[in-house]
Design a protein around this ligand. Structure first.
Ligand code: B12
Length: 214
């Protein structure tokens, strides 16, 4: 039953059916399916769509449709993750977002979702976030970790800009910075002075734990 519901959710994303995606996500919650499994299913599906786009089998509107369907399901799964994770002790506070000029939200949202599930308090600022906005939120929420995502080669440099701004303001040591997203490599992360990088959302949680010493 649970497997069937997950398959239906995946199909809704592949068919760009926003309403069905939301409805199957609600069913997943009703059936008490592990929300992490639902997230894995969504990740796998959007990656497959991306690969087909890369091979020239799908077009940009296909991507938008699949991403929209995924975004319709995500908040419902996230809510369930928050609910089930609510009992866990907070390991630290994370301020997260996709950098300025970049509107890719899926990976960043997954990282935030898994961080919440992993016991962190997360403030997801969204996409297209300027350096000053990251800094304001860090101050406001007394963040232990700043998590930045960038999917475009052109916006990766924004992560460096944020780190440089932290240094200029003399507050670099106040926060651990972790970076990720399709455009980022371990080498790039090191070159801009980030404290950590990981290519996966589950890995981001492990990294965050290490950064706060838990
Ligand atoms: C979906 C998608 C879109 C959607 C985004 C919808 C949304 N709400 O996010 C839409 C259609 C809007 C879009 C737009 C564009 N896109 Co686009 N998009 C993609 C696509 C297919 C999938 C991205 C995705 O969600 N992947 C799945 C997630 C789960 O992966 P992820 O984000 O990398 O995140 C994982 C890890 O990186 C990590 N992670 C992510 N963030 C963080 C943060 C931290 C701190 C850590 C530790 C880890 C971590 O964890 C995640 C889970 O494993 C990729 C192709 C691909 N194969 O990736 C292109 C892609 C990223 N897009 C691309 C481009 C060029 C664009 C556009 C410029 C297209 C255009 N001509 O208009 C615009 C950019 C608009 C802008 N200013 O941002 C290029 C980028 C090329 C480059 N290297 O610069 C790609 C690679 C496609 C391609 N092959 O050409 N896109």
């Amino acid at each position: 039953m649970a497997l069937e519901t997950l398959e239906n959710l995946k199909r809704a994303v592949v068919e760009y059916d926003t309403e069905a995606a939301a409805s199957w996500a609600r069913k997943i919650v009703e059936e008490k399916v592990d929300p992490i499994k639902a997230l894995d299913a969504l990740t796998e599906t959007i990656k497959q769509v991306g690969d087909r786009f890369g091979r020239g089998e799908l077009w940009l509107p296909d991507l938008v449709g699949a991403a929209d369907a995924m975004q319709a399901a995500m908040p419902i799964i996230e809510e369930e993750l928050k609910r089930t994770g609510a009992k866990r002790e907070t390991l630290g506070t994370v301020v997260a977002g996709t950098v300025f000029g970049d509107i890719h939200s899926i990976g960043k949202s997954m990282v935030c979702t898994l961080l919440i599930a992993g016991g962190f308090e997360v403030h997801d600022l969204g996409v297209n976030i300027k350096a000053e906005e990251f800094l304001e939120a860090m101050e406001k929420y007394q963040a232990d970790i700043l998590a930045m995502s960038a999917l475009l080669t052109t916006t990766a440099a924004e992560q460096k800009k944020v780190i440089d701004t932290l240094k200029e303001k003399g507050i670099r040591e106040k926060v651990k910075v972790m970076v990720g997203g399709g455009a980022i490599t371990a080498k790039f992360a090191e070159s801009i002075g980030a404290d950590g990088y990981d290519p996966t959302a589950p890995g981001a949680v492990e990294l965050a734990r290490r950064l706060v010493g838990k």
